[in-house]
Design a protein around this ligand. Sequence first.
Ligand SMILES: [Zn+2]
Length: 371
Amino acid sequence: MKKRTKFLICMVLTAAILGACTDKAGVADTVAESGTESATAEKLPEVTLILNQADAGGTVDQPETDASRGDDESGEDIEGAVEVSADTADARDEADTTGENAETDADTGESEATVIDGLTVSTVSLTDSMPYASFSAINTGAATLYKNPDPVRGKYVICVNAGHGTKGGQSVKTQCHPDGSPKVTGGTTGAGATTAVAVSSGMTFGDGKSESSVTLAQALILKEMLLDAGYSVLMIRETDDVQLDNVARTVLANEFADCHIALHWDSSEKDKGAFYCSVPDVASYRAMEPVASTWQKSHALGDSIIAGLKGQGIKIFSSGTMALDLTQTSYSSIPSIDLELGDKASDHSDSRLRLNAAGIITGLDAFFGIG
Ligand SMILES: [Zn+2]
């Protein structure tokens, strides 16, 4: 573990340097080259916030909850689904550990890998050719990919996304949906809006801790437990800040992972229990790519993880779901959930975070049919 920690520090520094040196200026203005029709929709100018309830495409019943959620823009998503995973898995294999300088390949977005504690580790960042990359506004940061040689779980890459933690993310907007259509549910950004906060800052727990610090603690514990269990892991954020907005996080997950779990706590104050954000039952939304190809798989993932948490004795909110139109969901091409592990009043001690992680791993095993 010590070695891994040391390595982590190196990777963070490398990521910072890569981030500073990589010219992403063109990314936001470039239309994604591949992907679905929707990926070629023109990017709307930032700052335009159109509120038109009549165009919201219908209302969605949500379980009774505090309307003050601060996280509705926490989602990330992907395009391409299963076929994409197979291709990227091959690409990852080829990029394997050659021990050269950690330069990032301009085409794949992946750095040369290094072997640490038996894990093959590289950093990954956005490239123009990744589907939906052009919709992101903050993308100079890098995520870290840990490939595990475990013969059973190692082939599955779990994207662990510590919610929030992008300085400046609150003052930048990104398009809610790749096709430019308006949001179908409310939240911090109202239904009908076509742009939303790129990364919100998150809430503050009753004890004064920031949500972003707790999601980070949870992500780091989950990472260690996933790696110990044999899974491969894509870590979006391992420090207080990463310059990747919700779209960029989703694009990287789509490209390098097999499923995407964003970690959050809700802004209510009742210790109401854990749930995942399910895909709103609005026909136009469920028909929009990449949502159309992904939402049922995301529900299967969410249901498995909620069952895993339940198995650890963790309190579950209502049926374990709340329908929300999130940026993450709107751009995800792999199974992807925003997981709310409780709220401002919920236990977030290390022991509870370990319990949460154990529940998530049980859920992943069930989802992938392992064990
Ligand atoms: Zn959150």
